[in-house]
Write a protein that binds this ligand. Structure first.
Ligand code: SAM
Ligand code: SF4
Length: 353
């Protein structure tokens, strides 16, 4: 191992603070150095968060989207996608099923679909909180501050709004009509409103560099996010990025590992995108710093149409969404599924908070 690499890794583990150059040095690790980086992240995860794995049931209730992100199969201009919207009763029924199965967090995700008013969503959230006694996470993209406030007042606990990339030029190119600045402003609103907040980025976006990835990680640290979704970009054939190469599993694991080292308490999912890239992707992510899994509890008739990228709905070895299957799967890895809400301590985004 090169002395400079060993020094940066040791400093990261000890202080949870690194410069952009040091982060980039860690991300360039190969072979023995990469293995040491992932092992170090696994130890940080074990030391700060233990062996617990949190299961979050995700219900993807609409694949309509008014946005036109270049990378996403749900983009407005993709006319080949069969579109669906679940009714509020269907969403509640799916949430009830998830709760009965043992899940204590329900994630509601969708394209940016104005067909669901803030009032309707607020009533749904209120019913979920009252009847099901679950933590509710939202991932509904950009909405107004007053919508976010209404949903929070209705009882929503968390909000996932990935910053996607910390490069403002790349952001504006990939998400036409939107800016990184506005996205960050929304993340601040969500924090002010008292949500537990998640950001995160894709790895392997065309035009992204190692330095951009270093900026992604440092931005997560600056934002002191409670959650960070980090997954590979996977090209969708019916998008403008159809011909671009996918992000690599190796680089995704390294980004996850450095994030774990710099944000020791932040909740990091082993994403579906990682599981889509390789049969053992999920397991390797859980051994490189991740502590959350988000099984898909979208009702089967709709699930395959939530096609952000190909192969998404068939991660290997996850034929069932059964809670018991996950408990067994995690036990095989020496990990333990928790039965609590999995709330994240406020201000835990950095070791110094
Ligand atoms: N519409 C909301 C938003 O954009 O925040 C929530 C749903 S969106 C489909 C959820 C996430 O999917 C995005 O944050 C993005 O990172 C991810 N995603 C979209 N297309 C992808 C692709 N081709 N490869 C990997 N991840 C992708
Ligand atoms: Fe819509 Fe989200 Fe896909 Fe962008 S990433 S097109 S906002 S669903």
């Amino acid at each position: 191992m090169r002395p400079a690499f060993a020094a940066a890794l040791a400093k990261g583990v000890r202080t949870h603070m690194l410069s952009r150059e040091e982060v980039a040095l860690l991300l360039r690790a190969e072979g023995e150095e990469a293995a040491a980086l992932l092992r170090a992240a696994d130890r940080v995860r074990a030391g700060y968060l233990g062996e617990k794995v949190h299961l979050r049931a995700i219900i993807e209730f609409s694949n309509y989207c008014g946005n036109n992100c270049l990378y996403c199969g749900l983009r407005r201009d993709n006319r080949l996608l069969f579109r669906y919207r679940m009714s509020l009763d269907e969403i509640l029924a799916a949430a009830r099923q998830a709760r009965t199965a043992g899940y204590r967090t329900i994630v509601l995700q969708a394209g940016e679909d104005p067909a669901y008013s803030a009032g309707e969503l607020a009533r749904l959230i209120r019913r979920m909180k009252d009847e099901l006694d679950v933590a509710v996470t939202l991932s509904l993209g950009d909405r107004s501050r007053s919508d976010y406030r209404r949903l929070r007042e209705a009882g929503a606990d968390r909000y996932l709004l990935k910053h996607e990339t910390a490069d403002p030029v790349l952001f504006a190119r990939l998400r036409p009509g939107t800016t990184l600045e506005k996205r960050l402003e929304r993340l601040r609103w969500l924090q002010e409103l008292g949500y537990q907040v998640g950001a995160g980025n894709m790895v392997g976006l065309p035009g992204q560099t190692i330095e951009t990835l270093a900026d992604d990680i440092l931005l997560l640290q600056e934002l002191r996010v409670e959650m960070a979704g980090i997954g590979p970009f996977i090209p969708h054939p019916d998008t403008p990025l159809a011909g671009a190469p996918a992000g690599s599993l190796e680089m995704t694991l390294k980004v996850l590992a450095v994030t774990r080292i710099l944000l020791p308490y932040t909740f990091l999912p082993a994403t579906t995108a990682v599981a889509t890239l390789a049969p053992d992707g999920r397991q390797r992510a859980l051994q490189a710093g991740a502590n959350v899994v988000m099984p898909d509890l979208t009702p089967p008739p709709y699930r395959r149409h939530y096609a952000l990228y190909p192969g998404r709905n068939r991660p290997v070895g996850e034929g069932t969404a059964s809670f018991a299957w996950w408990v067994q799967e995690m036990a095989r890895m020496g990990r333990e599924v928790t039965a609590d809400y999995g709330h994240i301590p406020r201000g835990s985004g950095s070791a110094h908070g």
